[in-house]
Ligand binder design. Sequence first.
Ligand code: ADP
Ligand code: MG
Length: 329
Amino acid sequence: EAVVNRIAAGEVIQRPVSAVKELVENSIDAGSTSLTVLVKDGGLKLIQVSDDGHGIRYEDLPILCERHTTSKLSKYEDLQSIKSMGFRGEALASMTYVGHVTVTTITKDQLHGYRATYKDGVMGCEPKACAAVKGTQIMIENLFYNMAARKKTLQNSADDYSKIVDLICRFAIHHTSVSFSCRKHGAARADVQSVSKSSRLDAIRSVYGVSVAQNLLKIEVSDDPSSSSFKMDGFISNSNYIAKKIAMVLFINDRLVECGALKRAIEIVYAATLPKASKPFIYMSIKLPPEHVDVNVHPTKREVTLLNQEIIIEKIQSAMESKLRNSNE
Ligand code: ADP
Ligand code: MG
């Protein structure tokens, strides 16, 4: 059974960046306002995410890393949004099958924190009392130590680290009320450092740089005002400025996802209006009723399709076209 679990876990956690994404989403779900990521050896030696969220109760620690253990199914809205999040209670469990997990946490009504370790879905021994400030710190060590073939394919730690940095940049510009930092172990400086409560544009400027931020147009689309079923707001590049790499940052219902059809549609608009802007920066936040979002359940990719996708895409395209045309006349 352990082998089967390990294989399944290796599907959920494909690379270090997949583990980071799950940890960061958990921290955000826990109401954190500050989040620190520390990475060693591209994440294979160490991934550590520290937050100042609500923490984990002592009595929840023994089952924390069992499969399908989640604290997020209590409300009706949560049940509805299962679909948009793809899967539930799999992430931490999966990490324990492919790495060594240590959790240090304190809730606001405890005098001290607790530390527990996990392996293959079970807790090592009784949680030990320890000093802790606020929130939760989760440490994954020796990721894929038991998956030699996987480890071999992940020899480029610089590449894995840059994927992690890229991910944190994306979170940082969406969750502007949270401060993010991401640092390589041993480095004096953080590679991402965002400030909480900044405006979206300030967040983009601090994370992606002035040259990206100064060429952006604000864009908003929604259904007729009487219905609240679809809303999009975002920022799109408005010039021939070429970003270092294409950045299409898409959040649907506050979840970082990918939508191939929308991405292609956006590329078509740029090709028609600004043919030289070959690598524009695009940030979009779409809000939809959760039942309109279909996640193609590959947990790492989060590729989504939307109900009435063609209509939504057309609306976004025509809004983009008029924005880009107006500002370039
Ligand atoms: P899910 O997020 O789908 O519930 P996970 O395996 O990612 O499943 O996490 C399991 C549970 O562990 C969460 O439901 C939550 O209760 C708890 N948890 C994980 N990370 C944190 C954190 N940083 N702060 C507080 N609780 C957390
Ligand atoms: Mg989770």
